[in-house]
Every structure is written in structure tokens, then in C-alpha cells.
Design a binder for this molecule. Structure first.
Ligand SMILES: Cc1ncc(COP(=O)(O)O)c(C=O)c1O
Length: 500
């Protein structure tokens, strides 16, 4: 069990996971725990030793037997990875395609829908950059993309969605947890609305898989993508696409591959598999074996337990940052019931915060707005610092990060204990750009606004699109008269490593 540091409140304590045992499963006794405070599982989590061994053992087997014979020797274990993936989300094995990433799965599915001129797609503001880019590209073919508004909790506004679904749509795309905040979309409620309207519902579970239980039946999604390397702790280069049987049977991959199709005549071929029609024949079997082991470990520990552990740590971090550092603005909206915490300091950029906390061996990332424009830009955020937890983290990681964030080069403004809470800053508000800017003093926009005139020249990108409205981002004047634009002259100064 985790032991809380003296002075740590009982709500900080997490009883769900034996952190010491998880660390031992992740590092050899002779290795230091890689990075003292690894807080980027939403980027890429640390895989267990068993997962790494599954990958490297298979590479060794390939070097002895050759890739094809090695694959034949482990065919049962390879099939086990499909079974584990299906079990994780409550699907049939035949409905699972293994992919190299969530993006590959997303692209293969959306391409197979063969959307064309006049068709309409609804997308949540939580949509990930790669998915949004694909949709925006489809607009060039005449597809209409409507970005759903959020409600005050920062999640998709269900009333607006119900209204949007009254008109015929060909796809509804939602990310369960976005890359840019800790919110959790109400995916089952969204699923009910999509079902009633008969609209195919694609769920991006990339940031939720491994920390939030998934059941495609209960969620009501027709397709789901996820990646291996985040909360599932699988190696990089692994991912999965689920497509419900009935829908899958109607879809043809845009570029069929020998994996899922048989060339049976001079000018003919037939699709022979269900979801595997979306796979490529060539793939890293070593990585797939690692994916299978990681999935088995996740399920043995229990996604629910992992979730409780990371949510407890996230709540502690949010509370302590707010109580102890006056300059902190928490950027997560609503309940934010995930293992991801996003924040900014009002007196420095996210990149500056990142640099300082890295010096203290705290490994977090800064997520720039261009990774989540639909989520971050309306809130006036040009970047957020993102910390994320896993089973190898405990309250000492929280404490270290709070200490590192609170200490300034010029002396430090960390408050002593929670007495500081009287002056606690408010959370970033959702929705309109004006109120959001007021709440996110850490963004360069906000500092510009306080400094004065320069900011007046900036143009606002309001909500880039409202349901039924035009797709292109329209310059918009906000309630406070403050206009913002993330423009080419003022790109976020951020390293690109460790994002996603
Ligand atoms: C919400 C979300 N969806 C999709 C992706 C893309 O995943 P992948 O890199 O495996 O394609 C990410 C990556 O960070 C993400 O955060």
C-alpha cells in the first residue's frame, strides 16, 4: 500500500494499488526508477518488464528462426492479444483489428465510410488533432464537419448534440478523454443519442483505455480506437480498431491488403475477414506480443483499480496546486475524473514551467493548442502543462511536482499549507473565449491583455464552428471585447518531444 507523507490529507491516500510492487514490476532492482517522477503516462507510460521481455524475446526468436517461422511458433500468443483486446472492451475477437496506432485505426475506419459531398459529420471539441485534420481534409471533398459545442462542464453539450442529430449525419466522432485536459466525455449518454438517431458513433478511447473501464455495448459505439502506449502501458507502435460486426460487414477498406482479402481471379478479390480487413499483413509481431502482455496485466490488476488510483492522485495534485501556489490556474473543467491534470502558471509560459520542473526531475509535458485547437483555442489557451499518473506513481510524485511548480527562479511563491485556499484562483471556465481568457492567466494572451494595447490587435478564433454553422474559424469578438488568435507570428514555444 502507498504510504502518505506526513501532513497529507486522507483524501490524498490511495489504497487501490501496491505502488512498490508495480515499480518492482517496471524496473530491475539494479536500475534506478528511470525518471524520479515520471508523470507522462498520457504521452507514453512505462511498460512493465514482462511486456518488454515479450517484445525482446520475440525479436531474438526472429533472429534465430526468421520472422515467418517465429510468427508461426507464437501464433497462439498472437491470437491471445486479439482475445485480450476484445475482452478489454467487451467485443468479439472478430471485431478487433490490431493497428500501429490509434490514428491508423481512425483513418482506416473513416476512409472506409467513403464520405462524400453533401454528407455531414459531427465531432466533439475533444477530438484529437490527427482526427480533426482528417475531417478537415474531407471538407475539401464537400463533406460538412460540425463541431459540437461544450457545456459548462467542458464536455459535449448533450442538448446541442440531440438537436444536431435531428438532421441526418453520417458520423459522430468523440474522444473519451482529450489530449489537452482531464475531462471525461459522457460517452454512454452520447451513445444513446447516436443510437436513437441511427448515426455511426466512433469513439476515440486513446486516453481512457487502461484507466476507465470500457464496454462497447454499454457505451453504444459502433467503432472504437485506442493506442497501446498510454494507460495500457504497451510498447509504442501498437493500437487497435474495433468495428461492430453489423457495420463492419458493410464496410470495405479503401486499400485492401492480403491480410484481409483474397485475390481470387484476374480482376476480382473477396474480403475474407471481419475487422482484420482493416489490418496490414506486415506488422511487428514482437510489439503485438508486448501489447497482449500489457493488456493481460492491465486486466489482471483491474482497470477500475487503476482508475481509482490515478484519479485520487490527480485530485490531490489539483487541490494542492490550487491551495499552495497562487499563480496556478487549473485548466481542467468540470469533475475531470481521469488521471490527467492540466494547468498553467499565470506568470510564465507552459514551456517555462516545463523547463523548471524538468530540472527537478519531474517529467511532465506541455500540450500546445495546435494539438487540440477545438478544445483549447476557445478557452484562450496556447498551451497547458499536463501531468498524468499511473500505478507506479504515488503521493510523493504529487508532492515533488507541487514543490517544483511552486518554486520560482526569483524566490518562490509557494504558500504554506492549505491556509492559502482563501485566495484560491478559479478554474478556467468553458465556453466563451472571454471568460476563458480571464481564467487562464498563464496564457500569453492573458498576459498580453493585462499589458494592454498589443492584445487589441489580436483576432479571436471563437468556437471554430457551431452546430449548423460554417466550418471555418470565424474571427469573433468576445464578451470582454478581447480578441485572440493563435497566429503564425506567435507560435507556442514548445518542444515537440513527449507530446500526444
Ligand atoms: C485523445 C487522443 N487520440 C488519439 C491520439 C493519437 O494516438 P496515436 O499516436 O496512437 O495515433 C492521441 C495521442 O496522444 C490522443 O491523445
Amino acid at each position: 500500500m502507498t504510504t502518505a507523507a506526513p501532513g497529507v490529507s486522507t483524501e490524498d491516500r490511495t489504497q487501490q494499488v501496491d505502488v512498490a510492487a508495480e515499480r518492482a514490476r517496471t524496473r530491475l532492482p539494479t536500475e534506478a526508477f528511470l525518471t524520479t517522477h515520471y508523470l507522462n503516462s498520457a504521452g507514453a507510460a512505462l511498460a512493465s518488464l514482462e511486456t518488454i521481455a515479450a517484445v525482446s524475446d520475440h525479436l531474438r526468436l526472429e533472429s534465430r528462426l526468421g520472422g515467418y517461422e517465429a510468427a508461426a511458433a507464437v501464433v497462439t500468443r498472437l491470437e491471445g492479444a486479439y482475445a485480450a483486446a476484445a475482452a478489454l472492451i467487451g467485443a468479439e475477437v472478430a471485431e478487433i483489428a490490431l493497428t500501429e496506432s490509434a490514428t491508423v485505426g481512425w483513418q482506416r475506419f473513416v476512409e472506409a465510410l467513403r464520405l462524400s459531398e453533401g454528407q455531414r459529420v459531427l465531432a466533439s471539441r475533444s477530438t484529437y488533432v490527427n482526427s480533426a485534420l482528417q475531417l478537415l481534409e474531407l471538407e475539401r471533398d464537400g463533406v460538412t464537419v460540425e463541431i459540437l459545442p461544450n457545456d459548462a462542464s467542458g464536455c459535449t453539450d448533450l442538448d446541442a448534440l440531440a438537436t444536431a442529430l435531428r438532421e441526418r449525419a453520417s458520423l459522430l466522432a468523440v474522444a473519451h478523454v482529450p489530449t489537452s485536459s482531464g475531462i471525461v466525455e459522457p460517452v454512454a449518454e452520447i451513445g444513446r443519442l447516436a443510437r436513437d438517431a441511427g448515426v455511426p458513433y466512433l469513439l476515440d478511447a486513446t486516453q481512457s483505455a487502461g484507466q476507465i473501464p470500457l464496454d462497447v455495448g454499454a457505451i453504444g459505439c459502433d467503432a472504437l480506437v485506442l493506442t497501446g502506449r498510454k494507460f495500457l502501458r504497451a510498447p509504442r507502435g501498437t493500437g487497435m480498431l474495433y468495428v461492430a460486426r453489423e457495420l463492419c460487414e458493410q464496410l470495405r477498406p479503401i486499400a485492401p491488403d492480403v491480410r484481409g482479402a483474397r485475390w481470387n481471379g484476374e480482376r476480382s478479390f473477396e474480403i475474407v475477414s471481419l475487422a482484420r480487413r482493416f489490418e496490414s499483413w506486415e506488422a511487428s509481431h514482437a510489439l503485438r506480443l508486448g501489447f497482449g502482455v500489457a493488456l493481460a496485466e492491465t486486466m489482471a490488476l483491474g482497470v477500475g483499480r487503476i482508475g481509482e488510483h490515478v484519479v485520487t492522485l490527480s485530485r490531490s495534485l489539483r487541490r494542492r496546486l490550487q491551495e499552495e501556489i497562487p499563480e496556478i490556474r487549473i485548466a481542467d473543467l468540470g469533475e475531470a475524473a481521469s488521471g490527467i491534470v492540466t494547468f498553467v502558471r499565470s506568470d510564465e509560459t507552459a514551456a517555462e514551467t516545463l523547463e523548471r520542473v524538468r530540472a527537478a526531475d519531474c517529467h511532465v509535458v506541455a500540450v500546445p493548442a495546435h494539438h487540440g485547437v477545438w478544445d483549447m483555442s476557445p478557452r484562450g489557451l496556447d498551451a497547458v502543462v499536463r501531468a498524468s499518473f499511473h500505478v507506479y506513481n504515488d503521493i510523493e510524485d504529487v508532492e515533488a511536482l507541487v514543490r517544483a511548480v511552486g518554486e520560482r527562479r526569483s524566490g518562490g511563491s509557494r504558500r504554506a499549507g492549505s491556509a492559502a485556499s482563501a485566495a484560491r484562483p478559479t478554474q478556467v471556465s468553458s465556453g466563451d473565449t472571454g471568460s476563458a481568457c480571464a481564467g487562464v492567466g498563464g496564457s500569453r494572451h492573458d498576459r498580453d491583455r493585462r499589458r494592454g494595447p498589443r492584445c487589441q490587435h489580436r483576432l479571436a478564433v471563437g468556437p471554430a464552428r457551431r452546430v449548423g454553422g460554417p466550418t471555418r474559424a470565424v474571427p469573433a469578438r468576445t464578451p470582454g471585447g478581447f480578441l485572440t488568435r493563435l497566429d503564425a507570428n506567435d507560435p507556442p514555444r514548445l518542444p515537440s518531444a513527449g507530446l500526444g
